[in-house]
Design a protein around this ligand. Structure first.
Ligand SMILES: Cc1cc2nc3c(=O)[nH]c(=O)nc-3n(C[C@H](O)[C@H](O)[C@H](O)COP(=O)(O)OP(=O)(O)OC[C@H]3O[C@@H](n4cnc5c(N)ncnc54)[C@H](O)[C@@H]3O)c2cc1C
Length: 461
């Protein structure tokens, strides 16, 4: 009997195992399915904490609705009735000591009309005039594998990018725009330039794609995002699920592989899915050449701090759902989501719940990460006082450090993954890389990649 072992019980591993489990049942296959997860619970970067009437997402908080709609995992997992959408609202940028609205009619800070550009309070008149060169400058030098920062700056000039677009885009894609490719972020900007001759006109023509659903751009579940994890777990009825089971080594055996766990136990498998971060995957092999192929893959860090208050969230600026920090000298946090505003289900009483994001790209992060939890909370309270004027003591707080856990998609990423995969395919047939380190960080990307990986295994079985 063949054995398929999935190492890593995040959403990628669960999606892969769900497909394998379904295939085993539907086809009455004589196969052993094992899922090994090092933590005491499944979910990885999806973890919901419930405290004092607040629903707190320590990791991911939502799924891009457009992507989920193009797939069928919500229906397949019976979660349609559980879906909730974000409340539509406006985002601010904190700059020069105040919150300024991101202009209406902008997509990731990119103006989707000349009017939107004209009305921006974030950019000077000179900056706006410069940005108009988008309408008459041709693309004769960039491909989708070039940096999105260079691309946008070439057509819009420095000021619009620096003051309005970069704070939003680099927050969404976790990185410096000069280090991120067009292909891995917003390939539309390239396509629109080609098709319409102007990025602004492209967004104007395609507004519907970004504004469909009346602002319902993201979805979650009434009881929290971990409903997704629970739904997968419930359906793995033909799978042995091993929690608190950390893989520490993979060795070749006569017919496949032997996986060694931290408690000394071993398991022999024919196929192994490594749906764990790339640095965890790399550490399993005693193979210098293979390790070198992992080397170019990098992670960054993030600290998430929630503060829950005994004050109504109507204290906050009307219609707003959060802000992004433009100038890192002004606040220690990179961004702040007004969670109870954006997600009604997260606060039973309607009281204020806010989430602050601290990223390793921020100059203050180096000293922040050395602090103890109490000191970090004080830094968060100082940011809240400065940006929102709230001085009240919070009722509850939640702090999670995602140290070296956020994959960076550098310009070399597609090439690195292709070389790594081809070496693995040659030297370690039957071992498959999957998940956020390689094929997209969004939850729908991870689910799709998990399912595709299972498909490849089923094909080869
Ligand atoms: C703070 C934060 C906010 C985010 N927000 C969003 C969002 O709003 N929307 C969105 O779409 N995406 C978001 N993401 C990204 C998304 O959550 C992740 O990309 C996705 O959940 C990754 O799933 P995965 O299964 O590939 O990896 P992971 O979730 O990292 O799962 C890997 C699993 O492997 C386990 N593991 C590691 N090593 C071993 C080992 N040696 N043996 C056994 N098990 C091991 C880990 O414990 C973990 O459970 C966010 C991520 C973070 C950190």
């Amino acid at each position: 009997m063949k054995t398929v072992l999935v190492i890593g019980g995040g959403v990628t591993g669960l999606s892969a195992m769900y497909e394998l489990n379904k295939w085993k049942k539907e086809n009455n296959q004589d196969i052993r399915l094992v899922l090994a997860e090092s933590a005491e619970q499944l979910g990885g970067k999806i973890r919901t904490v419930r405290e004092g009437g607040f629903t707190i997402e320590a990791g991911a908080d939502s799924i891009v609705a457009r992507k989920a709609d193009s797939m069928n995992f919500i229906q397949e997992l019976g979660l349609e009735e559980e879906v909730v959408y974000n409340a539509a609202g406006r985002s601010y940028i904190y700059t020069e000591g105040e919150l300024k609205l991101i202009p209406a009619d902008a997509v990731f800070g990119i103006p989707a009309s000349v009017e939107s550009l004209a009305k921006s309070t974030l950019v000077s008149a000179e900056g706006k005039v410069e940005a108009l060169k988008d309408f008459y400058t041709k693309n004769d030098r960039f491909t989708k594998n070039d940096s999105i920062g260079d691309f946008l700056e070439h057509f819009f000039g420095k000021e619009l990018v620096e003051k309005q677009i970069a704070p939003v885009l680099s927050g969404v894609y976790s990185g410096n725009l000069s280090d991120l490719t067009i292909a891995s972020t917003l390939p539309q900007v390239f396509d629109y330039k080609e098709k319409y001759g102007s990025i602004i006109r492209g967004f104007e023509e395609n507004k519907k794609v970004f504004q469909s659903g009346g602002g319902k751009k993201f979805l979650s579940f009434k009881k929290g995002l971990d409903a997704l994890i629970d739904a997968y777990e419930e359906r793995l009825d033909e799978t042995e699920i091993l929690k608190n089971k950390q893989a520490v080594k993979i060795e070749k055996s006569d017919h496949g592989y032997i996986v060694v766990f931290s408690n000394g136990e071993t398991l022999e498998a024919d196929h192994i899915v490594l749906s764990i971060p790339h640095n965890a995957a790399e550490s399993l092999f005693d193979d210098k050449e293979l390790k070198a192929e992992f080397e170019p893959l990098k992670n960054s860090s993030l600290i998430s701090i929630y503060l829950a208050y005994d004050i109504p969230d109507s204290e906050l600026p009307e219609d707003g759902t959060g802000f992004i920090t433009a100038n890192t000298a002004e606040l220690t946090c990179n961004a702040c989501t007004w969670t109870s505003r954006k997600w009604k289900h997260t606060s039973e009483s309607g009281n204020l719940l806010v989430r602050l994001f601290y990223k390793s790209s921020h100059p203050a992060f180096a000293s922040l990460k050395e602090m103890n939890e109490e000191e970090m909370l004080q830094a968060a309270l100082a940011d809240i006082e400065k940006s929102l004027g709230i001085t009240a003591e919070p009722l509850a707080s939640e702090l999670t450090k995602w140290t070296e856990k956020m994959p960076n998609y550098l310009i070399s990423h597609p090439e690195t993954v292709a070389t790594l995969e081809s070496r693995l395919g040659r030297e370690y047939p039957g071992i498959w890389l999957a998940g956020c380190s390689y094929y997209g960080v969004g939850i729908p990307d991870c689910i799709k990649n998990g399912a595709e990986t299972a498909g490849k295994i089923i094909e080869s079985l």
